[in-house]
Design a protein around this ligand. Structure first.
Ligand SMILES: [Zn+2]
Length: 488
């Protein structure tokens, strides 16, 4: 089904949404009535919903520092512990870490530990709540899958840079369903080709079983980034803010993956690559589409900003003239991506006057491991996808460098969530996930001994069974105050 025509016939959304409450979860929302609303109305409702969610989640993290500042000011008062506990409950809706508070009058309030504790506990509460509400559910998930198939692809897989300013690339920047688009982030978008070939083979096997005889391709997207504001400092840290280098690296990585599948499986046409550049100051995109042989020219690009105000038909015509070297299906796909991105440009215009106030890094924590699918928000988490520290060391190094500026420079630690999700239905999967989380924590300690000695890294280890909607399982932490009891 054509996604473009679907956008004009969406379910009627309520005009004002309670914060964080997805309209699809409201009673009666599943009723199969359709109401013709204009595409503009539909986009505005979606933007309001996404904005309410972003504001709610980020606000929960941003209340922590002001709250701790107030606590630090009253730490020697006689009734500090009950007073501070009450404030933590009222203002942050968290269980107070009583041990930390009780030590304040004899020593000094351990602000470093308290901020890390509250940050990691806020993350835990957020991720536990998301499992029940699914606030970013995409209203047209199935339609997107059939649209993708019409364009000639059975799977879309995106590797953005691990930079937190790209964490919202799927659900916000490109307005795609996170439920069906695979995301694996790496510093500088330097994805592991072997890991991706294994994923390709797994998907291909399933495809041949479920849809034999079809000839669709695996679409691999690399999203590099640059900044139209302060670009020499705020580009991709992994590529020294050299935009051209970031784009060339993405192009070469796509080619490397395509060739690996071609050579390893004698399937030269199985993979198609698409390179996207994202301006992290405005969320506008540039697209470098492949020719029929799969070659990508960095110097040839389509820009979403050129299409502002255009109708769907005009966008399609624009793509037809500037991407005539690409397949018909690729042209349809990128037309849709540009149309989707225009909704995000309207979002940034409405909420931030067209340019984010936090042009630079403002991540609240680092997440490493396998999981984190619910993080689809900009500048909340620096993300490193890895199964071992050895493999992901460059990503973690970049992350810690970013947090040196963000947190250590003001006397705070770097909060790290180590998380490994698994499918409980697979025998031994939980045990393997738990063992990995343990190994990664140990490897962190041996790779960054100075950080640990100075108390500059506080981590929380979690794992979650993806076969259930249960909250993640608490596995451990190097913060003695962070326990299973005060997370629940
Ligand atoms: Zn980057």
């Amino acid at each position: 089904m054509n996604v473009m025509s679907m956008q004009r016939h969406t379910r009627k959304m309520p005009h004002s949404l309670p914060e964080g409450r997805a309209p699809l979860r409201r009673p009666g929302a599943g009723l199969p009535y359709l109401d013709a609303v204009s595409a503009t109305d539909s986009m505005e409702h979606e933007n309001q919903r996404l904005s309410a969610y972003e504001h709610q989640v980020k606000h929960a993290f941003d209340r922590i520092i002001p709250c701790v500042r107030k606590l630090a000011a009253i730490q020697y008062e006689e009734d500090f512990v009950p007073l501070a506990s009450e404030r933590i409950i009222d203002e942050l809706d968290l269980t107070p870490p009583t041990d930390v508070l009780q030590k304040a009058w004899t020593r000094q309030l351990d602000v470093k530990q308290l901020v890390s504790h509250l940050t990691l506990a806020t993350y835990y509460r957020f991720v536990s709540g998301v499992q029940h509400v699914n606030p970013l559910a995409h209203p047209q998930c199935a339609d997107f899958v059939s649209f993708l198939a019409d364009c000639g692809y059975h799977r879309m897989d995106i590797t953005p840079c691990a930079d937190g300013r790209l964490a919202h690339v799927i659900r916000y920047v490109l307005r795609l369903p996170a439920e069906v688009v695979r995301r694996k982030a790496y510093a500088g978008a330097a994805f592991a080709v072997e890991d991706n070939v294994a994923k390709w083979a797994e998907v291909e096997l399933k495809r041949q079983q479920s849809a034999p005889g079809t000839n669709t391709k695996y679409l691999k997207v690399v999203a590099y980034h640059f900044s139209s504001i302060d670009g020499e400092r705020e580009g991709c840290a992994a590529h020294g803010s050299d935009d051209r280098k970031a784009a060339e690296f993405g192009r070469d990585a796509l080619l490397g993956f395509k060739n690996a599948v071609a050579q390893g499986f004698s399937r030269p046409d199985a993979v198609e690559g698409l390179l996207i550049g994202i301006d992290t100051a405005t969320d506008s995109i540039v697209l470098h589409t492949p020719d029929l042989e799969g070659s990508i020219d960095i110097d040839s690009s389509l820009q979403s900003t050129d299409c502002v105000g255009m109708s769907s038909d005009k966008i399609r015509a624009y793509i037809g003239s500037y991407a005539s070297h690409s397949s018909e299906g690729m042209q349809r796909l990128v037309s849709q991506l540009i149309e989707n991105n225009l909704a995000q440009l309207a979002y940034v215009k409405t909420n931030h006057d067209g340019c984010y106030p936090d042009v630079g890094h403002a991540e609240r924590f680092i997440g490493i491991g396998v999981g984190f699918d619910e993080i689809q928000l900009r500048n909340l988490m620096y993300f490193g996808y890895l199964t071992t520290i050895e493999e992901g060391a460059p990503d973690v190094d970049v992350g810690l460098k970013i947090f040196k500026g963000l947190n250590q420079s003001r006397g705070l630690s770097t909060p790290i969530v180590i998380r490994f999700d698994y499918y409980g239905s697979v025998a031994g999967a939980r045990e393997r996930a738990v063992a990995r989380a343990g190994r990664v924590a140990d490897a962190l300690k041996s790779r960054y001994p100075d950080h640990f000695a100075a108390g500059d890294i506080h981590y929380l280890q979690l794992s979650r069974d993806l076969d259930t909607r249960a909250a993640p399982e608490f596995l451990g932490s190097n913060l003695p105050s962070l326990t299973e009891d005060n997370l629940s």
